[in-house]
Design a binder for this molecule. Structure first.
Ligand SMILES: [Fe+2]
Ligand SMILES: [Fe+2]
Length: 242
């Protein structure tokens, strides 16, 4: 009888322990998620600050996010990965926070030394974003590091060529090029869409992966429509994070 009582109370204690552990585990997960979200938000705000140094509207990085996701989906990539790329892409130029305005905002051509300074932004960005085990920041660091590589191997910083350049970097390179051409810059007015599409086609197999250029051109109307939608609706900070 006594043994039975003991067994019952041991079972009850065990059950309580399991319940407590489950609750602690849940609380730990919630706390980790909160830390990751705060980390994401801080980095996104830094990216917006970097974008403001370069474009006075700060919307370029938002358009890049949605265009990169759309191009990934057009290529048949998994929706979950396309979404992760949408979240990572706005941070592609976070490294520009480390580039002096005298170089970043210089109207006209850069000197060789200034060009070297400018070419440091992918690595500065990867440094800011890196050293995280969270897949989003790993992908964002990869994008930062590789979005100025060129398909023909003449890009920077590593001079990677072809499929040695991660797909994430190849996608962001294409949408970044198109979007940058079709917006006003300190040193020139925006190019018309048709001209920008022609310039993209001219870089097929040179700066950019031919498969990606073909996919972008095939969906050009939808891409331009998406860009206009972003310009009109200005997705919120929360939209960018979710
Ligand atoms: Fe860049
Ligand atoms: Fe950009």
């Amino acid at each position: 009888m006594q043994e039975l009582c003991f067994a019952q109370s041991a079972a009850a204690q065990m059950e309580q322990l399991v319940t407590d552990l489950r609750r602690m585990y849940q609380e730990r997960n919630d706390a980790l998620q909160e830390v990751a979200r705060a980390h994401h938000e801080a980095l996104l705000r830094l990216s917006i600050a970097a974008d403001f140094k370069d474009d006075d509207t700060g919307v370029h990085i938002v358009r890049i996010a949605y265009l990169a996701q759309a191009l990934a989906l057009a290529l048949g990539e998994r929706p979950a990965w396309a979404k992760l790329l949408r979240q990572a892409a706005p941070m592609h130029d976070i490294g520009k926070i480390g580039i002096p305005d005298s170089v970043l905002k210089k109207p006209g051509a850069l000197t060789p030394d200034e060009r070297l300074v400018m070419k440091g932004h992918p690595a500065i960005g990867a440094e800011i974003l890196g050293r995280s085990r969270i897949p989003l920041f790993q992908l964002a660091a990869e994008v930062s590091m590789t979005h100025h590589e060129r398909w023909d191997g003449s890009g920077y910083p590593a001079g990677l060529a072809g499929e040695a350049i991660p797909l994430s970097g190849r996608i962001v390179a294409v949408v970044d090029f198109f979007d940058a051409l079709t917006m006003d810059r300190v040193y020139r007015k925006a190019f018309p869409d048709a001209v920008a599409l022609e310039m993209l086609r001219a870089e097929r197999g040179r700066a950019f992966d031919p498969r990606l250029v073909d996919a972008f051109l095939a969906k050009a109307d939808a891409m331009i429509g998406l860009r206009e939608r972003v310009n009109r609706q200005r997705p919120s900070f929360a939209d960018l994070m979710d």
